[in-house]
Design a protein. Structure first.
Length: 140
């Protein structure tokens, strides 16, 4: 095993993934991202692999609004370099759009598209977190 490997007890039952599709995001600073998502999106940490000697972690499992999201740091030495996030938006469909929006903006996201009423009837807006991930918040 390399110095960055983590041993997981095979008898340990890992938390089940919640929701239909669970995004797995590679970011620069997974532990910092988890803390930010707790502030911005009321995330709850479910499981985490320990950080290596460089402060990287290979796995963090969060719940946001009932759905799982996974985070890891980049491991270029294993063929997993950090890449720019583009071409997708994580969408939070919520009841209290203004509350979720205010919390995220207060935590320090960048507003990409202001929250407003859309032609399909929902209020919708887009934001970008400090890790380069695009999010949308939508609801009635």
């Amino acid at each position: 095993m390399s110095e960055t490997s983590v041993t997981v007890d095979e008898d340990q039952e890992l938390p089940k993934v919640q929701g239909g599709v669970a995004p797995y995001l590679m970011v620069d600073g997974a532990s910092k991202a988890a803390t930010f998502y707790e502030q911005a999106f009321a995330a709850t940490e479910i499981h985490r692999h320990p950080e290596d000697e460089s402060g990287r972690t290979m796995h963090i499992h969060l719940l946001i609004h009932g759905g799982s999201i996974m985070l890891s740091d980049a491991y270029p030495e294993y063929g997993l370099p950090l890449r720019e996030h583009s071409g997708y938006t994580l969408t939070l469909a919520v009841e209290d759009v203004d509350g979720w929006w205010s919390r995220a903006v207060g935590a320090g996201v960048e507003v990409v598209m202001p929250l407003e009423r859309m032609f399909w009837g929902d209020r919708y807006g887009q934001i970008r977190d400090p890790f380069g991930v695009n999010w949308a918040i939508t609801g009635k």
